[in-house]
Design a protein around this ligand. Structure first.
Ligand code: CTP
Length: 411
């Protein structure tokens, strides 16, 4: 992640979502960020300061009048060195205080003393979120250049379903990564200046004008890889089949439908890229003669399926010595043996193998359980978010001795 060496102040105000801020702190720490936590008194009722202190390895600030904190005028010093200040969760109360310029505790005074970009991840009950005064405060803050990481919809702690759930820690990190203050030291990225082509999602093969065959791929794995590569300073082209995800900002995004379209887009772009990661779940078959109109209902419909071209295999055949090719293997049995066969047959440098029947792995979820297999070894990874899997894949690639020659070549 391109957050290495950054300094972040994490403000935690008093809502039930504050337990999620512990994961946020952990994700930031793992990404090489130095995190200083500031809590409101109410937040300390939900999570002990000691939890943040242990995770971040730094003191936690919450008491304005504690001697230790005052020694260096803490509320002035804490934000002084920050690259950014993020409040997660941001309750209606802290939002209102910031909107009014109130400064009556450690967190609100630190915000007022802060000069770095400020991010708020609101979390509250739907009725509170929908109140005109809260929305007015939000608009006022946006107008002053404060970034709002929007809450999502879901089951809230008050047992109602609606808007007001704090964005998940990983979405918050993704949001931060995209922002300029985190892009500025892109020289430190693992893929600085490298051109990367990623494929994602399923393909759709037309049966007729209204029907198609496809698979359950959500595109989340490929999108996570593309976003991670971007955060590492890469120039990313993402070729994706139809998915319900927003194209990441800063990425050259090419949308396709069928395997044939994906083939053409990948072949047109492959020569300009040093690293190609094919995580798309390409349909192996297409309908020989799709009906240009709508097929009328009948008792038995026989579809004549013919094989699609194997995009990855074609890439393997054409691969130059300055290209690094990564494939995926979706298996339901004999994981390692089948993946190894694909590694050889398709002339890959690395294959990411997953057993799609294992709970927590596969197509549609937010997590994956994969093994990274190359000619010499196998790295079995535990279940983790697709974003973290993306990080592990890139770390594996850049630690391969072959990578040294690739990274010095810029097609
Ligand atoms: N792939 C491809 N073009 C195809 C089929 C697959 O580029 N027509 C790529 C996928 O993007 C993936 C890898 O090949 O990176 C392996 O895909 P997978 O579905 O696991 O295997 P297949 O080669 O299709 O073989 P099988 O379905 O028999 O396991």
């Amino acid at each position: 992640m391109n957050l290495q060496g950054k300094k972040v102040v994490l403000g935690v105000s008093g809502g039930i979502a504050s337990y999620k801020s512990v994961s946020l702190a952990r994700l930031l720490i793992k990404a090489g960020v130095s995190v200083t936590t500031v809590m409101t008194t109410a937040a300390t009722k939900f999570v002990q300061p000691l939890t943040f202190q242990t995770i971040t390895g730094r003191p936690v600030f919450y008491d304005m009048f504690n001697d230790d904190f005052q020694e260096n005028i803490g509320h002035i010093k804490v934000p002084e060195q920050a690259d950014c200040f993020i409040i997660a969760p941001a309750t209606a109360n802290i939002i209102a205080k910031i909107a009014c310029g109130l400064a009556d505790d450690f967190l609100s005074t630190s915000v007022l003393a802060n000069n770095s970009p400020l991010y708020l991840a609101p979390a509250m009950n739907t009725n509170m979120w929908n109140k005109a005064i809260v929305q007015e405060n939000i608009e006022k803050l946006k107008a002053r250049g404060i970034s709002i990481i929007p809450p999502t919809s879901g089951l809230l702690a008050c047992q109602t379903v609606g808007l007001g759930k704090m964005a998940e820690p990983e979405s918050i990190v993704k949001f931060l990564v995209k922002n300029p203050e985190f892009q500025s030291n892109s020289n430190n990225g693992l893929l600085n200046g490298i051109k990367v082509l990623v494929t994602a999602g399923p393909t759709r093969e037309k049966i007729d004008a209204v029907r198609y065959i496809s698979n359950y791929s959500s595109g989340k794995m490929g999108f996570a890889i593309a976003e991670y590569c971007l955060s590492q300073g890469a120039k990313v082209t993402l070729v994706s089949g139809p998915v319900a995800l927003m194209p990441p900002e800063g990425i050259n995004f090419i949308s396709v439908q069928s395997a044939d379209e994906m083939f053409e887009a990948v072949m047109a772009n492959a020569p300009q890229n040093s690293l190609i990661i094919k995580s798309a779940a390409v349909s192996d078959y297409k309908i020989e003669k799709p009906d240009p109109g709508k097929n009328k209902k009948r008792v038995n419909l026989k579809l004549n399926l013919i094989q699609n071209r194997d995009i990855l295999k074609t890439l393997g055949k054409q691969k130059s010595k300055n290209q690094y090719l990564v494939g995926f293997a979706a298996e339901s049995e004999n994981l390692e043996a089948y993946a190894r066969k694909k590694l050889l047959d398709k002339q890959l440098d690395l294959i990411v193998a997953n057993n799609i029947l294992e709970p927590g792995a596969g197509f549609d979820g937010d997590t994956n359980i994969v093994s990274l297999i190359n000619a010499t070894d196998v790295l079995q990874l535990p279940q983790q978010s697709k974003f973290m899997v993306a990080e592990k894949i890139i770390q594996k690639i850049v630690s391969d001795p072959k990578w040294a020659q690739i990274k010095n070549y810029n097609p």
